[in-house]
Design a protein around this ligand. Structure first.
Ligand SMILES: Nc1ncnc2c1ncn2[C@@H]1O[C@H](COP(=O)(O)OP(=O)(O)OP(=O)(O)O)[C@@H](O)[C@H]1O
Ligand SMILES: C=C(C)CCOP(=O)(O)O
Length: 250
C-alpha cells in the first residue's frame, strides 16, 4: 500500500517565528511515521511554515505572482532547503530511509500556469527502498520568473504518479471546519464549503485551507485532511478529519 503524506508547515514549524522548527511536533510526526505499518512505502511532502512563507511574503511571491529577483529566489528556496534538511535529519534519526528531493530543480510552469513535475526519480527512489521527502518550493514559471509551488500541489501531482492508495494532509486543524467550527466529514465540491473556507491564520502565500481544498478536489483519489493527533490513526488506515472526494478536476 503506497501512501502520500503531507506534513503541513504549520505543524512542523512555529509558523509565526521566522525559520523556527517546532521540534516536539516534528519529532511526534516522525515517530508516528517510523512506527507505522506503512513502512517505507511512503512519499513525504512538507509545507513552508515559517521558512518559506515569510520570505515569499517579503519578496511578494505567491503561486501566481512571480519574481525575477535572484536574492528573493535564493532566500525562499534556501529557507525551504534548510527546513527539508531538518525534516530529513529527524526522519534519519528515527531510522526512516529518508532522502531529499527538491522540486525547484525539476518542475516548471508554462505561461498558463500549468505545472509539469517529473516524477521518475520519486517512483524509482520508492521502488529502491528510499522514502523521498519533497517540499513546497519555488518553480520556474514561463513569463513570471519563479512562483511558489505549494506542497498541496505536489501531493496532487505525486499521488497518481506513484499510484497512491491513500493520500493524507496533516495540518494544525482537525479537518476542514464549517461555519460553526465543526469538522466537515466529507467534501465533494468547493461550492458546498466555500463560505467557511478562509486563508491561513498565519503568513501563507499559497491560500491556506481554501487553496488546499481546491487543490485536493483535483485528485481522483480521496484525500484525508486531519490534525497532528490523528496522524497515527491515518497511518493505521483510518480516515479521521475530513475526506475530500475529488473528481479528477472534471
Ligand atoms: N474552514 C476552515 N477549516 C479549517 N481551517 C481553515 C478554514 N479556513 C481557514 N483555515 C485556516 O487554514 C489553515 C490551514 O492551512 P495552512 O496552509 O496554514 O496549513 P498547512 O498546510 O498546515 O501549512 P503550510 O501551508 O505552511 O504547509 C488553518 O490553520 C486555518 O487557519
Ligand atoms: C512558501 C513556499 C516556498 C512553499 C509553500 O508550500 P505550502 O506551505 O505547502 O503551501
Amino acid at each position: 500500500m503506497t501512501v502520500v503524506l503531507k506534513l503541513g508547515g504549520s505543524v512542523i514549524t512555529e509558523k509565526d517565528e521566522p525559520e523556527t522548527v517546532d521540534r516536539a511536533a516534528l519529532s511526534a510526526a516522525v515517530s508516528a511515521i517510523a512506527e507505522s505499518a506503512v513502512g517505507d512505502d511512503i512519499v513525504l511532502v512538507h509545507g513552508g511554515g515559517s521558512f518559506g512563507h515569510h520570505h515569499a511574503a517579503e519578496y511578494g511571491v505567491s503561486t501566481t505572482a512571480g519574481t525575477h529577483d535572484v536574492a528573493g529566489v535564493q532566500a525562499i528556496h534556501g529557507a525551504m532547503c534548510r527546513l527539508n534538511d531538518a525534516v530529513v535529519d529527524a526522519l534519519t534519526e528515527q531510522g526512516v530511509p529518508a532522502v531529499p528531493v527538491h522540486p525547484f530543480s525539476a518542475a516548471t510552469r508554462d505561461a498558463d500556469g500549468d505545472l509539469s513535475l517529473p516524477t521518475g526519480q520519486v517512483t524509482t527512489l520508492l521502488e529502491e527502498g528510499f522514502v523521498p521527502v519533497l517540499h513546497g518550493d519555488l518553480v520556474a514559471h514561463a513569463g513570471a520568473g519563479a512562483t511558489v509551488l505549494s506542497g498541496d500541489e505536489l501531493v496532487v501531482e505525486l499521488a497518481p504518479a506513484v499510484d497512491a492508495d491513500r493520500v493524507g494532509v496533516c495540518s494544525t486543524v482537525s479537518g476542514v471546519l464549517d461555519e460553526d467550527g465543526a469538522v466537515v466529514d466529507s467534501i465533494e465540491s468547493f461550492e458546498a464549503v466555500a463560505a467557511a473556507l478562509g486563508g491561513s491564520d498565519a503568513t501563507d502565500v499559497s491560500g491556506g485551507m481554501a487553496g488546499k481544498v481546491r487543490a485536493l478536489l483535483a485528485l481522483s483519489a480521496p484525500a484525508v485532511v486531519f490534525g497532528p493527533d490523528a496522524l497515527p490513526a491515518f497511518l493505521a488506515g483510518e480516515s479521521p478529519g475530513t475526506t475530500i472526494a475529488g473528481d479528477g478536476g472534471d
